[in-house]
Ligand binder design. Structure first.
Ligand code: IPM
Ligand code: MG
Length: 372
């Protein structure tokens, strides 16, 4: 039994709908296991820009910093906030990631057996897939070379004699590479003991350095099988033979792209949770930010069509990594599996012979499965 404070940042588009269901499920966990969760809800994204003048206010950042964990919905993607605005909703994410030093983003991909046919990829290719992408989250092209880094403003557009030109910089230091590689090797030790380090060392200097550091770190983990893979080849192998992978570790932008691809192994973007971790300790464990990997999906917002499972599984990761509540996290995963196994789906996963539920109904089913 414990008391925990969770900062909740629902954000834009479908963010609030899916976050509400994650909270419903957390409440079911609280009553089943006798815990008490206090939620500190704050504005983020467009709502925060409109009400507070920034994508996330300093006061809200402070609430996050003082909480035991952060539950995040989604920001951005709204047509009304295109590149021409000075403050972009996505800056909230960059401020949180950089400000709280969440340099390691864990994105597990483990398709449920009863969802294999929901993926466009053949079931026989998918069966047995169980991988995690460890994405570097506070460096690379997202932040460029500005010192101090300007979150969310990685590019510069300049006027030249030949017209406008734009520049982004891919910068990594040895220390940044080493710490993310160590996260990957430590994760592999608890799993199938294999690390694939993904880069573009045949072209990029930052990748040549990445390989050198990766080789050095790998020497400290002789019990873990280690390989390098070029990012283009990895994109291909992910759908050719996903079962070959265990832990994939890679730089920020490669990880962003590969995880959208990998989400299709699990049937839908709506199934993939994530955890962003750093080194900040709390009274109960490590501070972390937990969010579904899908975006704000404004086209389906407010219609009850969103799949809340990625948000619910993100809440499970929150329990495991920041609160140290492993059995509670497993209970959520089991409840999700039971509900899917029973034939309930959201629209993104609908197939013949299944029953399509609205966002709230899916949350209620999962909460009810937990109560049993
Ligand atoms: C993600 C998202 C974000 C990113 C966007 C919303 C800025 O795509 O978390 O994968 O690119 O990191
Ligand atoms: Mg992404």
């Amino acid at each position: 039994m414990g008391n925990y404070t969770i900062a909740v940042l629902p954000g834009d588009g479908i963010g609030p709908e899916v976050t509400d269901e994650a909270i419903r499920v957390l409440d079911a966990v609280a009553s089943r296991f006798g815990h008490s969760f206090t939620y500190q809800k704050r504005l983020v994204g467009v709502a925060a820009i409109e009400a507070e003048g920034d994508a996330i206010s300093d006061a809200s950042l402070q609430v996050c910093q003082q909480s035991d964990a952060i539950l995040f919905g989604a920001v951005g993607g709204l047509p009304s906030y295109d590149g021409s605005h000075k403050v972009k909703p996505e800056q909230a994410l960059f401020k949180l990631r950089k400000g709280l030093q969440f340099f390691a983003n864990l994105r597990p991909v483990k398709p449920l057996n009863s969802l294999l046919s929901a993926s466009p990829i053949k079931s026989e290719v998918l069966r047995g897939t169980d991988l995690v992408v460890v994405r570097e989250l506070t460096g690379g092209l997202y932040y460029g070379h500005l010192e101090p880094p300007v979150p969310g403003k990685p590019s510069e557009i300049r006027q030249t004699q030949q017209g406008k030109s734009a520049i982004d910089t891919l910068l990594y230091s040895e220390a940044e590479i080493e710490r993310i590689l160590r996260v990957a090797f430590e994760a592999a030790r608890d799993r199938k003991k294999k690390v694939t380090s993904v880069d573009k060392a045949n072209v990029l200097s930052s990748s040549v350095l990445w390989r050198q550091v990766a080789n050095r770190v790998a020497a400290d983990y002789p019990d873990v099988t280690f390989e390098h893979m070029l990012v283009d080849a990895c994109a291909m192998h992910l759908i050719r033979k996903p079962t070959n992978f265990d832990v994939i570790v890679t730089e920020n932008l490669f990880g962003d792209i590969l995880t959208d691809e990998a989400s299709m192994l699990a049937g839908s973007m709506g199934m993939l949770p994530s955890a962003s971790l750093g080194t900040r300790e709390t009274a109960h464990g490590r501070l972390g930010l937990y969010e579904p990997i899908h975006g704000s999906a404004p086209d389906i917002a407010g219609q009850g069509k969103a799949n809340p499972i990625a948000a619910i599984l993100s809440a499970a990761m929150l329990l495991q990594y920041s609160l140290g509540l492993k059995s509670e996290a497993t209970a959520i995963a089991t409840a999700v599996e039971q509900v899917i196994q029973a034939g309930y789906r959201t629209e993104d996963l609908s197939e013949e012979g299944t029953e399509v539920l609205k966002t709230q109904e899916m949350g209620q089913k999962i909460a009810a499965a937990l109560a049993q």
